[in-house]
Design a protein around this ligand. Structure first.
Ligand code: NAD
Length: 305
């Protein structure tokens, strides 16, 4: 059997390198009186998010960031949740707020995302954070999108002028990936559920990003030989023996033979996404410190007047 190990874009390794810098930055912030602290909010049945929350808590501990996981019952009302977020926004001990998905149906997700102060928006999902990406001014971007693009940057491919196809155009993954890539100079085609012939587009691409949620959607025939394939999908599939397995949106076994680089699932985009969340937490704490210092820099003048 051919060994394709050299083609793998190892997300765990990329994340480990990021953890080192984040650890140093978090320690420096703590030293200066600004310890980084995240608060995670889950509402209702937390089962689907449990693994993510555990992962986030584990990595936070590793990089020296405090992590508080809060669980609220299904009966929590939207206004109550907005009140809780408001309390966290004005609490100087909280650097960032994570809203775990899914939320119960009676809670409007977008209103909740909007309620998190942009300085504490470590998930990068506030309209202000999304808007920053459109202006090519990346402060705290949506973690998965930023992570996927960071992974492509570890290949020798030059982003300026690169032909890229993004499959999937959700607000939190596909669209921000497209904007980040355009900001880096790539020529981007965005495909989605209504795209007539996916393969016609994907075969032209030097790099393909796929974020759909359909196992086996991208096959070897849809790739240009040597292209990079960044697989963001996370799908649980059942095996004939009754056990379950997590796979991406690409048919890994066929694609790995044709692609020049490929992310495994798991172990690709996932670990880099969590590392990006932690890096955003450090950025959030730095922003808050800068805003605090700025407000006090003027105090003397105000007092003297
Ligand atoms: P979504 O359901 O919001 O969006 C799916 C997108 O796929 C839509 O743009 C839709 O038009 C498109 N689509 C559907 N069928 C298609 C088809 N046949 N051909 C082309 N496009 C099609 O999903 P999402 O929230 O963006 O998540 C996508 C996937 O990424 C899921 O598997 C999710 O679990 C995964 N995900 C991974 C991470 C991570 O950290 N790795 C984070 C978020 C989401």
């Amino acid at each position: 059997m051919t060994d394709f190990t050299h083609k793998l874009l190892d997300g765990r390794q990329i994340a480990a390198a990021m953890h080192e810098t984040i650890h140093e930055d978090a320690a420096a912030l703590k030293e200066s009186g600004w310890p980084v602290r995240l608060v995670s909010i889950a509402v209702g049945d937390s089962k689907p998010a449990e693994l993510y929350i555990r992962n986030q808590a584990r990595i936070a501990e590793k990089v020296g960031i405090a992590f508080e996981d809060r669980f609220y019952p299904d009966t929590t009302g939207a206004d109550e949740l907005l009140g809780i977020i408001h309390g966290l926004n004005v609490d100087p001990r909280v650097s960032g707020v994570i809203i775990q998905r899914p939320l119960p149906k009676h809670i409007p997700v977008r209103a909740v995302q909007r309620a998190v102060h942009p300085f504490k928006d470590v998930e990068g999902l506030h309209p202000a954070s999304i808007g920053d990406i459109v202006y090519n001014d990346l402060v705290m971007g949506p973690c998965t999108a930023v992570a996927a693009v960071e992974i492509l940057k570890t290949t020798p491919l030059k982003l300026e002028g690169l032909e890229v196809v993004v499959i999937g155009h959700s607000e939190i993954v596909g669209k921000p990936i497209a904007f980040l890539l355009m900001g880096a100079g790539a020529t981007v085609t965005v495909c989605h559920a209504m795209t007539r012939n996916l393969a016609i587009h994907s075969r032209q691409a030097d790099a393909v990003f796929v974020a759909v949620g359909k196992p086996g959607l991208v096959t070897a025939e849809m790739l240009k030989p040597g292209a990079a394939l960044i697989d963001i999908g996370i799908n649980q599939v059942s095996l004939p023996d009754g056990s379950a397995k997590v796979v991406g949106d690409a048919d890994f076994d066929s694609c790995v033979a044709v692609a020049g680089w490929i992310t495994p699932v798991p172990g690709g985009v996932g670990p880099v996404t969590v590392a990006t969340l932690m890096r955003n937490a450090v950025r959030a704490a730095s922003l808050q410190r800068a805003a605090y210092e700025k407000s006090f820099a003027t105090t003397e003048a105000v007092y003297l007047n």
